[in-house]
Design a protein around this ligand. Structure first.
Ligand code: GLN
Length: 585
């Protein structure tokens, strides 16, 4: 059926005065080919909709299907760039520079694909799209309304993603919880989409929560039932119910949920807490979810079992090794947001990937650097086998970070600087090795006399927050015969992801190099320093990057800089050096 025929069938047009419908269709859209799995949350947020959605998407991708996830956020911000990681978790930057929610990191890691701006939308994007069209006269004289125009825009976004990626299945994660004002028009759009696409094209998954109050010692399903009822009130019948819980959900409880929701038992699945999220795809497969999805969406014919066997074998190699390591290393992470681990989700994941590949438990010790000074740095860091200074903004704790880096450099503790941690390493070296005592960054000391870190020249004119950062994937030229080159297997050009406003002032580069700092990664077209290191003749592992390599670590392909750090930390732990360093110096 062509799109025109579809529209005729359901009595719709793309808009205009005569009709109440508003269903614009993108070019290249293949009605009936693209299927949708829509994941919504009930009872409470933070249940791991992204984890469920990406795990199910992985099962489908591993069968040789083309999948495309999209996260639809309820907030009015256009992107996540201005969100405080302390409140909202880390800002995950995509290759095309889009600043998104940390859930997009989960999708990239589980699906092993690079996503783009079309995999992420917010209320702000949808509404500003509508307002722009209104100004351009795009609504042919109609009064512009939430229904049909705003929901029409949401459906258009979903169909555009389908057409652009030619996806077999689009996994739609609706942010927030059913009943929130913020996501109500997303739900209405999805309901309409299901109606328009027709039977066998759209399924709904409700994630819910089964309580187990300590005082009762048993699982209770009432909250889950009420949550799903709320979904039914907006005209959506779930096809699958995933029950989050601390412990495996009992059959009796699943039966009750099934009875009250019309969802057969085989599609009411337990999704209890597990040690590693990477085991969830197989758990869902064991519960038969993949077959149910194939059946409901009539996708059996598109499955390639050879692709699936291969993908499962590789994945099992990884998951079988989780939690089996017998060795331990501890990496210190110095950061402002140490009270909220979500702010450093990708670093934790990168460590986990390396740990599995190298057979070691990578533990993190979180340090608030506002409390670190020359007198206590050895005491605080002496038991760590490696040090990471991660990305960050603002002056708070920066002197403590410099102290940590000095300690790492002098005591020869493996060091990895990420973005701000790269800039801090330059400042530390300039001050303590080159002898520029007042070296600093204009981010922290606007009027300083020696700003070794300064704002990017081409961006000096742009003011205000948001929109003036160097963002996204960029090529990096790697200098041969360096630590960086060895870590990246002698590659001459690599790609890393960036999110920064400041950089090394090229004016200071000759001085820094004369004193032994090696800039082993540079931008191809501008004198932007991207990787620094010390010669392995003077330090076993001291490296920093202006990029965020943690964002591109994947379970089966851990990020080389992290692999280098963890290997060096293992060697450091074996040498017993950390114990020696614990003694007061
Ligand atoms: N604040 C620094 C800059 O803007 C570092 C940014 C970061 O660590 N992501 O350049």
């Amino acid at each position: 059926m062509t799109n025109e025929e579809l529209l005729a069938k359901i009595g719709q047009s793309t808009g205009g005065e005569e009709t109440e419908f508003y269903t614009p269709m993108p070019q290249g859209y293949r009605k009936g080919h693209h299927k949708y799995v829509i994941v919504v949350g009930t009872v409470m947020s933070g249940l791991g909709k992204g984890i469920f959605s990406s795990s199910l998407a992985k099962l489908m991708k591993d069968k040789g299907l083309v999948v495309a996830p999209i996260k639809m956020e309820g907030y009015l911000n256009i992107d996540s760039g201005t969100l405080n990681p302390y409140r909202h978790g880390e800002v995950f930057v995509l290759d095309d520079g889009m600043e998104t929610d940390m859930d997009l990191g989960t999708y990239e890691r589980l699906l092993d694909i690079n996503l783009s701006a079309s995999n992420y939308t917010t209320n702000g994007q949808i509404l500003s799209g509508v307002l722009k069209k209104e100004r351009e006269g795009g609504y042919l004289g109609r009064d512009v309304q939430v229904i049909p125009h705003v929901v029409g825009e949401v459906k258009l976004r979903l169909r555009e993603l389908a057409a652009k990626t030619n996806a077999d299945v689009i996994f739609v994660e609706v942010g927030g919880t059913v009943g929130d004002y913020e996501n109500s028009f997303y739900l209405e759009a999805c309901r309409q989409l299901a109606y328009e696409e027709g039977e066998g094209s759209v399924i709904f998954v409700a994630l819910t929560y089964v309580l187990e109050p300590g005082a009762l010692g048993e699982q209770k399903s009432k909250a889950a039932q009420l949550g799903i009822k709320r979904l039914m009130e907006v005209g959506i019948m779930p096809d699958i119910i995933a029950c989050r819980a601390s412990n495996p959900v009992k059959d009796k409880v699943r039966e009750k949920i099934s009875m009250y929701t019309n969802v057969p038992m085989k599609r009411v699945v337990t999704m209890h807490d597990v040690e590693s999220i990477y085991t969830i795809p197989e758990a869902l497969r064991d519960a038969g979810m993949d077959r149910e999805v194939l059946k409901m969406l009539d996708l059996h014919d598109r499955v390639d079992t050879r692709v699936e066997d291969h993908a499962r074998m590789n994945w099992r190699w990884f998951t079988d090794r989780i939690g089996k390591a017998t060795k331990d290393v501890t990496l210190a992470v110095t950061g402002k947001y140490t009270s909220l681990r979500d702010a450093y989700a990708s670093i934790i994941k990168a460590g986990e990937h390396c740990g599995v590949h190298l057979g070691v438990n990578v533990n993190f010790k979180w340090l608030d650097t506002t409390a670190i000074d020359p007198a206590n740095v050895v005491k605080r860091l002496g038991d760590c086998h490696g040090i990471i200074v991660p990305g960050g903004f603002g002056v708070r704790g920066t002197e403590g970070k410099i102290e940590c880096i000095r300690y790492a450099r002098e005591a020869k503790v493996p060091y990895l600087g990420l973005c701000l941690g790269f800039q801090m390493a330059v400042i530390e070296y300039a001050r303590n090795v080159v002898g520029i005592a007042d070296a600093n960054s204009t981010e922290f000391a606007p009027g300083c006399r020696n700003p070794v870190i300064d704002i990017l020249p081409e961006q000096k004119k742009i003011e205000g927050l948001g929109g003036n950062m160097r963002l996204g994937g960029k090529d990096v030229l790697v200098k041969p015969n360096t630590l960086a080159s060895r870590l990246f297997n002698n590659a001459e050009k690599i790609r890393l992801r960036f999110r920064h406003r400041y950089e090394v002032d090229p004016k200071y580069v000759p001085q820094l190099e004369e004193h032994g700092m090696i800039f082993s990664g540079k931008a191809p077209d501008y004198p932007i320093m991207q990787i620094l290191e010390l010669s392995q003749e003077v330090h076993p592992f001291f490296i920093g990057t202006q990029a965020h390599p943690e964002l591109t670590s994947r379970p089966l392909t851990p990020q080389p800089l992290f692999i280098g750090l963890v290997k060096a930390a293992m060697a450091y732990a074996e040498s017993g050096a950390s114990k020696r360093e614990k003694q007061p110096v």
